[in-house]
Structures are given as structure tokens and as C-alpha cells.
Design a protein around this ligand. Structure first.
Ligand SMILES: Nc1ncnc2c1ncn2[C@@H]1O[C@H](COP(=O)(O)OP(=O)(O)OP(=O)(O)O)[C@@H](O)[C@H]1O
Length: 262
């Protein structure tokens, strides 16, 4: 059966001065799915993301998005096609309210550019849509709060709202729960599930409980290569995966077990 594949990599590889950070990675991300990329530290996850968003040119291979070879495109061109990476903390302006952050994102999508003289009237046109997006991420009550004053988990929710303003078809989430306490982790997990409706999500995530809860499919990378792939039950019982995690840290291997049974 041929699944609808939104993103595919063919023989993707990246070398840094002869060191293969990523080699021969063949990814297939099904449209409408939540797909997780996991692996021990240094496995190549961030490099793969950088290759997909075109922040890095690959040494080998191709990236196919919605049937189109995007290997040679620029980051902005890829983003315009709806392949959008979130969680670049700098994307949020700390001295602007949550509402203004989203309104400015919407203004940009509409082709406008935000300058300090942008009139309020210009931004007003986006208030309703911005409030809808804030509601989507559970920030209605925080619309007027300065982004810099939001608690960490809410700041990340705001980043999701500004990303949603760009109308992503495929959202790349970079360690969405990194550095969060349990309460925020649960909130962001629920949020990801909600925003995954009608979209595709590819995420790098270290918290294996989050991966076990959310991911339809998991690709495990180790030393730049795909080590194992499948649903959580499959990869967590794969001895090669256990070994790869053990090799790095026993804690992470225990976490792998715990997330599966817990
Ligand atoms: N710009 C670079 N120049 C040289 N080596 C690099 C560069 N970027 C990454 N690497 C190396 O490539 C390998 C993969 O790194 P990468 O950051 O992609 O791993 P990762 O899976 O994201 O790790 P982590 O979970 O620790 O973030 C590492 O050995 C890293 O040192």
C-alpha cells in the first residue's frame, strides 16, 4: 500500500571535513502523522533538521517535499511551501505582547514587514485571527502579557502560535519539551496533539515519554544512520536501540523502558 508521503529523503548525507555526521538517511514522513526523530547525543538529529530546512546543504542525496525536489532551494523558499521549523526561541519578541507577536507574524505572512512605525491600525486587521491562534494554543488569557514575561512553557506555546500563523503543512519541532518541568511537558504534549490535527509533524525529542505518547512513527538515529524505525513498541524493544542508548547513558536506556511501561 502506498501511503501519502509528504516528505522523503533519499540517501541524505552530510560530511563536515570528511566526518560523516549524517549518512545515507532515507526518511519517509507520512502526511497527517506525528513522526519523531530520536537517538543518543551526537546521532545527527539536528543536522538532519538543518538539511531539511536548507540551513545546511547536503553532501549527498535529495530531499523531496510534496513530490518536489527541494534539495537546491533556499530556506525561505522552503518555508513558503509550508515546511516550517518551530522553536527557534529568537522568533519571539520579548518586549511585545503575546497578541502583538502573533499579529506581526500574520502581517509578515501577508507580505508586510514590521517596522517600529507600523501603525496600530495596520495590525488591527489581524487581531481576530491572532486571537483565534492564541486560543488554539491556550493563551487567550495571556494576550496582553509581554512575551518576555510568559512562563517558559507558555513562551513555547506562543512560538507554536506564531508558527501556525505561517500556515505550516509540515511543522518541524525542535525538542519542544526541552528544559520543562512535568506540568509544562504535559501541557505542551497536549498542545502538540491538538495542533497536529490536519497537519504533519516531525519532531526531535529527547523525552521518550512524550515520544511514546505522541508519535505514530519513530526513526532512531545513531552515528548519523537510521538504526531502527517503527512504532514505539517496535523500536523500544529493538536490541540495537537499547544498545545505542546504553552505550551513551544507562539513564536514557532506563527512560526508554520506563516510557514504554509507564
Ligand atoms: N558544523 C559542524 N561542524 C563539525 N561537526 C559538526 C557540525 N555540526 C554537527 N557536527 C557533528 O555531527 C554529529 C551530529 O551532530 P548533531 O548535532 O546533528 O547531533 P544530535 O543528534 O542533534 O545531537 P544532540 O542530541 O546532542 O543535539 C556530532 O558528532 C557533531 O559533533
Amino acid at each position: 500500500m502506498d501511503q501519502d508521503i509528504i516528505l522523503e529523503t533519499q540517501g541524505l548525507g552530510k560530511e563536515f571535513r570528511g566526518f560523516a555526521a549524517v549518512s545515507d538517511v532515507n526518511l519517509k514522513v507520512a502526511r497527517g502523522s506525528i513522526h519523531a526523530l530520536i537517538g543518543p547525543n551526537g546521532a545527527g538529529k539536528t543536522t538532519v533538521f538543518n538539511l531539511l530546512t536548507k540551513f545546511l546543504p547536503p553532501t549527498h542525496g535529495r530531499v523531496i517535499y510534496q513530490g518536489e525536489d527541494i534539495t537546491a532551494l533556499q530556506p525561505a523558499e522552503v518555508a513558503l511551501k509550508g515546511l516550517i521549523r518551530s522553536f527557534q526561541i529568537s522568533a519571539v519578541f520579548p518586549n511585545m505582547s503575546a497578541l502583538d507577536n502573533v499579529r506581526v507574524a500574520l502581517l509578515r505572512v501577508a507580505g508586510g514587514s514590521h517596522r517600529f512605525w507600523t501603525s496600530n491600525r495596520q495590525l488591527d486587521a489581524y487581531t481576530d485571527r491572532a486571537m483565534t491562534l492564541l486560543a488554539d494554543v491556550g493563551l487567550t488569557d495571556f494576550a496582553q502579557v509581554l512575551a518576555g514575561e510568559l512562563a517558559y512553557g507558555r513562551k513555547r506555546a506562543l512560538e507554536i502560535a506564531t508558527t501556525l500563523a505561517l500556515e505550516p503543512k509540515l511543522m518541524l519541532l525542535d525538542e519542544p519539551t526541552q528544559g520543562m518541568g512535568i506540568e509544562d511537558v504535559d501541557r505542551v504534549t497536549a498542545l502538540i496533539r491538538r495542533v497536529a490535527e490536519g497537519r504533519t509533524i516531525l519532531m526531535v525529542e529527547h523525552n521518550l515519554k512524550v515520544v511514546a505518547t505522541l508519535a505514530d512513527k519513530i526513526t532512531v538515529l545513531a552515528r548519523g544512520q537510521v538504526l531502527s524505525e517503527g512504532n514505539y513498541a517496535t523500536v523500544s524493544q529493538d536490541p540495537r536501540v537499547m544498545e545505542a542508548y546504553m552505550g551513551v547513558s544507562a539513564d536514557e536506556a532506563t527512560e526508554l523502558e520506563g516510557a514504554h511501561h509507564g
